[in-house]
Design a protein around this ligand. Structure first.
Ligand SMILES: [Zn+2]
Ligand SMILES: [Zn+2]
Ligand SMILES: [Zn+2]
Length: 339
C-alpha cells in the first residue's frame, strides 16, 4: 500500500509508492534492461494479454473474448500502481505530520494493437476511439466518490517518463485534488470575479483575434502557444464551448478533438523531429462531489489539454524557484508550427 504525505509548508501531497520499491542501484543511469523482460517482449502487444492484469475495458471486434486478441483499445490496471483502489482514506495526523493511505486508481490505456504506431499515425476514427476510451474511464471512475480528481495523461518516449514503448496513456485518480489543479481552479474563480467571465473563454477569444500565438483554429477547438509558456513549443488545446469537464464532449466535438490533437502532434513532429512529449487533460474535480470550495466552478473553469515536448531539462533554477527560463518566444514557436 502506498502512502500520501503532505508537505505542510507548501501544501503539496506526494505519493510514496513503496510497492514500486527500488534499490539505489535501480536509479543509476544507463540501466541494462530488466532480466524478466527479454528484448522484443512487450506486455501490451496482442497475444500477451495474460501478462497484464485483467482488462477493465476494451473496444474489440465482435465475437472476440476478454483478455484475448481482437481489441482496438484496451484498458488494464497498472501492474505496478502508484495508488490502489480502496475505501475513502482517512487523514491521519501525528503533530505536524499528515498522511493518508494511498487510495486511488492507476490504469493504462493501450492505444492500439500495433507496437510501432504512435497515436498521431492512427486514422482519425482510431484516435477518436482512444479519446472516447478516456471519457468512458473517467466517467466510470468518477462514479466512485472517493476519487476527487481523475487525471488523464500520456508520456511518450523514455525522456518523457514512458517505461514501455508501446503507445499508451495513463489514468491516475486521487483522493485529493492535486495542488497544480487546485491552483488553476482557485485562480479561475478569482479571475471570473475580476473579469465577469471565464478567463479561458476570454483567452480563446483574444488568441483567435490576435492570431500571433494561434497554431490551429478548427470548428470546435483551437491550438495556441500560451502567452507565458514554461517550455519551448508548449501547446494548449482549448475547446471553444465552455465546460469544466472533458466528459461533457458531444460526439461531434470528440471527432473535432481527435482531428485537432492528431494535427497538433503531427505539427510538433514536423517541426521538432518526433520529440518525446507529455500531454494531459486539465478538468474540473469529480462532478459528483459537492465542490463548495468553488462557488462558481461551473462558470469559471474550462477544461483543456496541455502538450509539452521534452526539449529542455528542468534544473536548479526551476526546481528552486518555480520560475522557468524558456529560450523560445511563443510567437516564434507558433510561427513555425503554423507553417
Ligand atoms: Zn507492444
Ligand atoms: Zn470558458
Ligand atoms: Zn491547465
Amino acid at each position: 500500500m502506498s502512502e500520501l504525505r503532505k508537505d505542510i509548508i507548501n501544501g503539496r501531497w506526494v505519493i510514496l509508492a513503496s510497492e514500486r520499491s527500488k534499490r539505489p542501484d535501480d536509479f543509476r543511469p544507463a540501466q541494462p534492461a530488466k532480466a524478466e523482460a527479454p528484448p522484443g517482449f512487450c506486455p501490451f502487444c496482442p497475444g500477451s494479454e495474460s501478462k497484464t492484469p485483467p482488462e477493465v475495458y476494451a473496444i474489440r471486434k465482435p465475437g472476440t473474448r476478454r483478455d484475448r486478441p481482437g481489441w482496438r483499445v484496451r484498458v488494464v490496471p497498472n501492474k505496478f500502481p502508484a495508488l490502489n483502489r480502496g475505501l475513502p482514506p482517512e487523514r491521519q495526523e501525528d503533530g505536524i505530520f499528515q498522511w493518508m493511505d494511498g487510495i486511488g486508481v492507476h490504469e493504462v490505456i493501450i492505444e492500439n494493437p500495433d507496437h510501432g504506431k504512435e497515436l498521431f499515425e492512427l486514422p482519425l476514427s482510431q484516435v477518436q476511439d482512444v479519446l472516447e476510451t478516456y471519457r468512458r474511464r473517467v466517467d466510470s471512475i468518477e462514479d466512485e466518490f472517493q476519487y476527487k480528481y481523475v487525471h488523464v495523461f500520456k508520456n511518450k518516449g523514455r525522456e518523457a517518463g514512458a517505461s514501455l514503448s508501446h503507445p499508451h496513456s495513463q489514468i491516475v485518480a486521487t483522493p485529493i485534488i492535486p495542488k497544480g489543479v487546485n491552483e488553476e481552479l482557485y485562480s479561475c474563480e478569482r479571475l471570473h470575479r475580476l473579469y465577469g467571465e471565464c478567463i479561458f473563454c476570454r483567452i480563446i477569444r483574444e488568441e483567435i483575434r490576435r492570431g500571433e500565438r494561434l497554431v490551429l483554429d478548427d470548428e470546435d477547438f483551437c491550438v495556441v502557444t500560451p502567452f507565458a509558456p514554461r517550455f519551448p513549443f508548449e501547446l494548449r488545446i482549448y475547446p471553444k464551448r465552455h465546460s469544466p469537464w472533458f466528459t461533457t464532449l458531444a460526439k461531434k466535438e470528440m471527432a473535432g478533438l481527435a482531428r485537432t490533437l492528431k494535427t497538433a502532434l503531427l505539427k510538433q513532429k514536423a517541426v521538432l523531429g518526433d520529440p518525446p512529449f507529455n500531454y494531459y487533460i486539465h478538468q474540473g474535480p469529480n462532478p459528483h462531489l459537492p465542490h463548495e470550495a468553488w462557488v462558481n466552478l461551473e462558470k469559471s473553469y474550462h477544461w483543456h489539454m496541455e502538450i509539452i515536448p521534452v526539449l529542455t531539462r528542468v534544473a536548479g533554477f526551476e526546481w528552486g524557484t518555480g520560475f522557468y527560463i524558456n529560450p523560445v518566444m511563443p510567437e516564434v514557436a507558433a510561427g513555425f508550427l503554423r507553417e
